[in-house]
Ligand binder design. Structure first.
Ligand code: Q0Z
Length: 300
């Protein structure tokens, strides 16, 4: 019996770490040792839902998300510099890996929200505030804010959930200057992202970005405005007052929660393998998001 190796060895690279759906490597330098100034970020085709990594993988998901992130880095280049060095990567990971500058990362998950949902909605329901920001009365799941709000969270260890962090706690962690810049850039990235996406029929409800610091200035790192770091909603189905359909994982979640899957979310058991048609329709949604946003065809 064999199981798929989630993080295959890559010649010329040292494997450092694997998250649920991505793998991190360091290039081996001319001295035969792991370079400390660069990283290779590899996006796999793995998909997660309800905190489980599902089987099978979604063909091309890693490449679609990597190419989308690279496209966004270009769109955002006048707002913020980024960590990308090169897309010249080993054939095994071609199209789904990026060589980046290894940075000192902010110890904060920088989240911006343009619409109220998820954890923000739970905070609002409790006391009318989200991340210490007082919001108008009468907002519902899916309500749009006048402008994006900054709702940072802690970087939880793997397997744990990020916790909301007050702005004061961010200032205490990184200083008030970097905190203000992180807030300004995170909200500007989501606002600009939504200007572009809205023309293509997609709403970006919220997003998480990561910054590194170079000479006291913030540099955008990791992935940006992908369906894995953000909630994408189909604009034509936006209807505040209930949970919005997820652009990418709609079919996956719908099938897992349906009687056909035989899965009980409350059981704590791993979900069953996805049927081929769910895999294929999900792949098509990732490709559709890429093609609508970039206006270009995704070439396999
Ligand atoms: C990103 C992650 C994973 C991919 C660390 N430029 C950078 N400098 C230093 N650290 C990072 C980056 Cl992007 C960094 N992550 C998240 C985990 C695969 C990205 F397994 N962790």
């Amino acid at each position: 019996m064999s199981i798929a190796d989630p993080a295959p060895g890559l010649p010329g690279f040292v494997h450092l770490y694997s998250g649920k759906v991505r793998d991190l490597y360091a290039p081996i330098g001319d001295d035969g040792r792991a370079r400390e100034d660069q990283l290779l970020l590899v996006a796999s085709d793995r998909i997660s839902a309800f905190d489980f990594v599902l089987e099978p993988a979604i063909p091309d998901k890693g490449a679609v998300l990597t190419q989308l992130s690279l496209w966004w880095f270009e769109q955002l280049a006048s707002i913020v510099p980024n960590h990308v060095l090169s897309t010249d990567v080993p054939a095994e990971v071609a199209g789904r890996a990026v060589l980046v500058r290894r940075l000192e990362m902010l110890p904060v998950e920088c989240v911006a929200r343009a619409y109220l949902t998820g954890g923000g909605l739970r905070e609002y329901a409790a006391d009318g505030h989200v991340s210490g920001i007082r919001l108008p009365e009468g907002l519902v799941d899916g309500s749009r804010f006048d402008q994006p709000i900054f709702t940072p969270s802690t970087k939880a260890p793997q397997g744990e959930h990020d916790e909301p962090m007050s702005y004061a706690a961010v200032e205490a962690a990184i200083g008030s200057g970097l905190a203000a810049r992180a807030r300004e850039l995170t909200t500007a990235i989501l606002a600009r992202g939504n200007e572009i996406a809205a023309e293509r029929g997609i709403l970006i409800a919220d997003t998480k970005v990561e910054f590194g610091v170079v000479d006291g200035e913030l540099v955008l790192a990791d992935e940006v405005l992908t369906p894995d770091s953000s909630r994408f909603w189909p604009a034509d189905q936006w209807e505040p007052g209930h949970t919005q359909p997820s652009f990418d994982k709609e079919f996956v979640r719908e099938w897992l929660l349906s009687p056909e899957s035989g899965w009980d979310k409350a059981s704590g058991e791993a979900p069953p393998p996805l049927p081929e048609d769910v895999v294929e329709r999900t792949r098509a949604k990732y490709v559709e998001a890429y093609e609508r946003l970039t206006g270009t065809t995704f070439a396999r």
